[in-house]
Design a protein. Structure first.
Length: 284
């Protein structure tokens, strides 16, 4: 026919065949596009949108998630650990060692002396109870020379103002390991018991400012270690034994008593660094 174009020269001889669109192919192409069009244009929502955003973030290397603070899928942090239990209480202190026979005997002596307390305005003797006499007020313990047993070594009643029956002082003379006996400014009565002459460790003896009577006590001249002897401000009377000035006393107070008679000739032989005879009735 006169209006028909001749075939292309390149197709002659088995060249490349031209693409032809038939009505059937157009129909299928149109149908496929109509099916895909809603999926491509619809915005995802809800979990699908979140999954898409997460997927996009991961795909581009970002760490983004839901900017609105939604669930990121991370596990919650573990709960804090429970507080550890409190440590066990410390064990109780060990019981005190049993009282030695020596201290037990001394405790009985002190408690017997309690029977002779006539007045105690400061309630000192209220502490003289219990098993351990080392804890009684006015008594102090130390190790005894030789066997090192714990014993009452010091009695210090200075200014306690306790009134005792004369037998009270006698009880304290039974504490045979005493090295120091200080009991000034109390109200001891009677004489100084002979039991004090047996205290071989005694080196300080002070019974000044009490209500003691009698003649010059033998304790001053019978105890070899005695260095301090004070019986001033009492009511002792009589002559002073010359033997006292041969004893190795360092301090010797006899003032304000009622001694009389001539002053012994050997007074100058005394090694005492302090010696007071004032306010007595000496002659010569």
């Amino acid at each position: 026919m006169a209006g028909r174009q001749p075939p292309a020269a390149g197709n002659a001889g088995g060249g490349r065949r031209a693409f032809s669109v038939t009505p059937v192919k157009l129909f299928f192409l149109f149908f496929l596009l109509s099916c895909l069009s809603p999926a491509l244009t619809q915005q995802p929502s809800g979990p699908a949108r979140q999954d898409l955003e997460i997927g996009i973030g991961i795909g581009i290397g970002g760490g983004g998630g839901n900017s609105s603070g939604g669930d990121c899928g991370c596990a919650p942090p573990p709960p804090p650990p429970d507080c550890p239990p409190p440590p066990p209480p410390p064990p109780p202190p060990p019981p005190p060692p049993p009282l030695s026979d020596l201290l037990f005997e001394q405790k009985l002596i002190i408690q017997k002396a309690l029977q002779y307390v006539e007045d105690d305005p400061n309630n000192i003797t209220c502490s003289w109870t219990g098993d351990d006499p080392c804890k009684y007020k006015g008594f102090f313990c130390a190790k005894r020379p030789g066997d090192k047993q714990l014993t009452i070594a010091t009695l210090d009643f200075n200014r306690y103002n306790i009134a005792f029956h004369p037998k009270g002082l006698e009880q304290f003379s039974c504490l045979t390991d005493l090295a120091i006996f200080h009991a000034n400014t109390n109200r001891f009565k009677g004489t100084i018991p002979a039991g004090f002459t047996k205290l071989k460790y005694l080196y300080e003896f002070d019974l000044s400012n009490n209500k003691l009577t009698g003649t010059f006590p033998d304790v001053a001249s019978c105890i070899r270690n005695l260095a301090y002897f004070d019986i001033r401000f009492n009511s002792f009377a009589g002559r002073v034994s010359p033997s006292i000035f041969t004893v190795n006393l360092d301090v010797f107070f006899l003032n304000n008593d009622a001694f009389y008679g001539p002053i012994p000739d050997n007074l100058g032989n005394s090694p005492a660094s302090v010696l007071s005879f004032a306010n007595n009735k000496f002659s010569g």
